[in-house]
Design a protein around this ligand. Structure first.
Ligand code: SF4
Length: 443
């Protein structure tokens, strides 16, 4: 919200009734200004206040949805320039281009790419849409590929002449994005407006983008995606940054829309990663190379994770393989990455084991220890909470080597014998192969 707290306060009822959850209207105004409260929390707003503050309280980058009903892909909705200020909202949607001149085998390969997923730290990552582009005059080919994609309910971005779109849109099983041509865009804009669909409009300069957005809005389009189209890479990246700054800092109503990046012939490999880091909400890749897509998916996951909320796993007693009562018991924290590394390394040892995750609010072992969240008392209580002594027949646990200095205290607090494991989970396979729950000693 761009309005200052006092300007907001002037529009509030000044009843100080506390129904919004804070003690005074002034405090509520300050929360609204910081984007930390919803307008709807105050039941006494006048129509004028609702209209004025309502217009200001939406995200500065409008949210645009496309794709499957009930599982739509959301673009934009962003409120900040930098992730550490709050967090980013809707992760970049990655898609792959399909053209009508490609062979059946190429089309099938690209379809297969958007049906693949990457399981990383418990989250399923994937490219999520296909951009169908006509690059020849074979209309039947366009309709055939469109039908194939529609039958599979794959979310689509459609870049085709108006007459093809007019026939294809009613047959599309998902809500597509339409790409507007630079010249004679009227029909595409009217089509998007009449079907209430998102429209992708481009411009080589900031003025060009603003003009394209203004024109689309004048034609009745409400869901706009902006694509900087300057020929030079640095100009395009510069435009992405400028658009986001104007949207967030000045609430520019012509540029307050999600940004698209469509790879161009000759773009260097790293350009897609740069575009993700510079606010691309929609990213179209020209090829379907999974080895290229994986790091981009990981980058998106990292950037869109909440910096104030580590990715965590539910604390508890987990298993690797089919452990018995005499299998080793490993202790670690509930930081997601730690969990996946430890269980993955334990699995590769071939030794079934139990893994106890201590709730340290999703921090890694050393961070949790340094911040006082991983203590001997906490581990002892977690052993009790999850009835570890009833699951295993021994009373030995393996503590991460990084926190070996708490082993004595832990033995006192829990009554368990503590064996110090490796500092790096990568050495767990070797450690577990030689570990004995009878003696703790390396065999
Ligand atoms: Fe003021 Fe409205 Fe909050 Fe009551 S609910 S304290 S009137 S802002």
């Amino acid at each position: 919200m761009a309005l200052q707290p006092m300007a907001i306060y002037k529009l509030l009822p000044k009843k100080n009734c506390k129904e919004c959850g804070v003690t005074t209207c002034l405090a509520f105004a300050m929360k609204l200004a910081e984007g930390k409260a919803e307008l709807a929390l105050c039941p006494y707003l006048s129509a004028e206040a609702k209209a004025t503050l309502g217009a200001e309280s939406g995200p500065p980058v409008a949210e645009v949805a496309f794709g499957r009903k009930g599982a739509s892909i959301r673009l934009g909705g962003e409120t900040v320039l930098y992730r550490h200020e709050k967090r980013f909202v809707n992760p970049t949607a990655l898609g792959v281009e399909i053209t009508t001149s490609q062979s059946d085998a190429e089309v099938d390969a690209r379809i297969a790419t958007v049906q693949r997923t990457l399981d990383r730290t418990g989250q399923m990552l994937a490219p999520v849409f296909l951009a169908l582009v006509t690059d020849n005059t074979d209309n039947q080919r366009f309709f055939a590929i469109h039908k194939q994609l529609s039958d599979l309910s794959i979310p689509l971005l459609l870049d085709a002449p108006a007459e093809l779109l007019a026939s294809a849109i009613p047959e599309t099983s998902t809500r597509p994005v339409i790409k507007s041509p630079a010249a004679n865009p009227d029909f595409h804009l009217e089509l998007a407006a009449s079907h209430d669909l998102p429209i992708l409009v481009g411009g080589e300069t900031l003025d060009g983008l603003a003009e394209a957005s203004r024109y689309a809005q004048a034609k009745g389009c409400q869901h706009i995606v902006l694509q900087p189209q300057a020929p030079a890479l640095d100009d395009r990246i510069g435009a992405m940054v400028a658009v986001r700054r104007l949207a967030v800092l000045s609430r520019d109503c012509e540029l307050g829309f999600p940004l698209a990046w469509w790879e161009q012939m000759g773009d260097p490999e790293l350009a897609a990663g740069l575009a993700i880091m510079r606010y691309a909400s929609l990213l179209v890749l020209r090829d379907a190379d999974w080895a290229r897509i994986v790091p981009l998916l990981v980058l998106v996951q990292e950037l869109w994770s909440d910096p104030q909320k580590p990715i965590s796993v539910t604390p508890g007693l987990y298993t690797v393989g089919n452990p018995g009562a005499d299998s080793p018991l490993l202790v670690t924290t509930n930081f997601s990455l730690t969990y996946f590394l430890v269980t993955g390394d334990a699995e590769s040892s071939g030794v079934p084991c139990h893994v106890l995750l201590v709730d340290v609010e999703g921090q890694s072992v050393l961070t949790a220890f340094a911040s006082g969240k991983l203590t001997a008392e906490k581990v002892a209580a977690t052993l009790e909470d999850f009835k570890a002594a009833e699951i295993v027949s021994h009373k030995r646990l393996v503590l991460p080597g990084l926190v070996s200095r708490m082993s004595g205290k832990l033995e006192d607090a829990s009554g368990w014998t503590v064996d110090v494991g490796p500092q790096d989970s990568g050495r767990l396979p070797q450690y577990l192969k030689g570990y004995s729950t009878t003696t703790g000693a390396m065999l």
